[in-house]
Ligand binder design. Structure first.
Ligand code: MRU
Length: 372
């Protein structure tokens, strides 16, 4: 593996403080939960209502799940994958008493519908295909539906474990007494638990490291202000929100020693799609000599995509830019552009932190090494 090995060090939680990390995260609501057994219910934390209200959407059918993904009630690449895995189970269980051919065609239709909900985060298609593959390894529909649920639960449990590992491996990167800037929300709310970019912060904080987080507000939908600030402050980590256009000046002031963000899809060469504005942050970090890290599980890599040019970028409604909280921000008739993600070239990324190590420098060979 072409990577610098990051080992658990003084920034990481010791065995004694492992429970402390869980205690911190117990204050943050889960983004996705499956309540009950085989006949259980998928519940998604309605992140549109945060930070004002903690409420869950019960998802009893596929259209409700797709609406939740499209409207960003559930969002963040790994959380979308976990939700869609369970969504597949919800979608096929009505066919569990049908014949094998009908079960298969239902499975294929449900999978296609879920995968089409949002295009950029590769975890969505990855999770749905994995659950479908598990289901269709069994021809008898009742057993296939049961296998699907088992796989969806495994994906959720794995994501939690993997994010925890990213936190353990990355905690030593968090600068003692320093400032860490992040963009969008790549925290517990964006995953099964712990987060990706925020996981090292939780583990470092639990281990006694002191640092301050700067959260870009992340226009247009304010995931940084509403979600990152919500979960970090709930966990007792010092966090300040800044307008996206203040990042340059805060960096120039010397207050930021490290940038760490999540990812929605990482191409074979390390080019990384993440929330719109990430590219600007990476350019600013390079200008100011600040290390810029990406944290992501291996499920966010897309080895079939050679470079960033091949990553589909979601274009969202103009109204998300042109209006806020029901009030127009631009004159009538003025158009807005709203790409939801941008691509940061590998050359601007100091390292990619995964659950199995840090890829540094970011090279195609290093990425192949961690994907195995
Ligand atoms: O549009 P969103 O809120 O789904 O975008 C989320 C991001 O861009 C996150 O940074 C990314 O998914 C990483 S989440 C661990």
């Amino acid at each position: 593996m072409q990577s610098s090995t990051v080992t658990k060090s003084s920034g990481a939680a010791s065995a004694g403080s492992a429970d402390r990390v869980e205690q911190l995260l117990a204050r943050v609501p889960r983004a996705v939960r499956w309540v009950g057994g085989a006949d259980g219910t998928l519940e998604l934390l309605d992140q549109v209502a945060l930070p004002g209200e903690v409420r869950y959407v019960r998802c009893g059918d596929v259209p409700t799940i797709i609406e939740a993904i499209r409207m960003l009630r559930v969002r963040g690449a790994p959380a979308i994958g976990v939700a869609a895995g369970f969504g597949f189970c919800v979608g096929v269980r009505g066919a569990a008493d049908a014949d094998a051919a009908l079960f298969r065609s239902t499975a294929e239709r449900v999978a296609a519908e879920l995968i089409a909900a949002r295009p950029t985060a590769v975890n969505l298609a990855w999770a749905v295909r994995r659950v479908m593959r598990a289901a269709l390894s069994e021809t008898a529909p009742p057993a296939a539906a049961a296998l699907a649920l088992r796989e969806a639960m495994e994906i959720a449990a794995e994501d939690e474990a993997v994010c925890r590992q990213i936190g353990e491996l990355g905690a030593s990167l968090i600068p003692e007494g320093g400032g860490v800037l992040t963009h969008c929300n790549a925290g517990s709310l964006a995953t099964a638990a712990y987060g990706t970019a925020l996981a090292p912060m939780y583990v470092a904080h639990a281990g006694g490291r002191r640092f301050r987080v700067f959260a870009d507000e992340t226009r247009p939908l304010l995931q940084g202000a509403r979600l990152t600030a919500f979960e970090l402050s709930a966990a007792g980590i010092e966090v300040s929100v800044l307008c996206d256009n203040a990042a340059a000046s805060v960096m120039a002031s010397g207050a930021v020693q490290m940038v760490i963000v999540g990812a929605d899809r990482i191409a074979a060469n390390g080019d990384t799609a993440n929330k719109i504005g990430t590219l600007g942050v990476a350019i600013l970090a390079r200008h100011h000599g600040i290390p810029f890290y990406v944290a992501a599980p291996r499920s966010t890599f897309d080895p079939a995509c050679p470079n960033g040019a091949g990553i589909p970028i979601e274009q969202r409604s103009e109204s998300e830019v042109g209006a806020m909280f029901g009030h127009a921000l631009v004159p009538p008739g003025v158009r807005c552009v709203n790409p939801a993600f941008d691509v940061t070239p590998a050359g601007l990324i100091s390292g990619i932190l995964t659950e199995v190590g840090l890829i540094k420098p970011v090279t195609e060979a290093g990425i192949r090494g961690i994907l195995g």
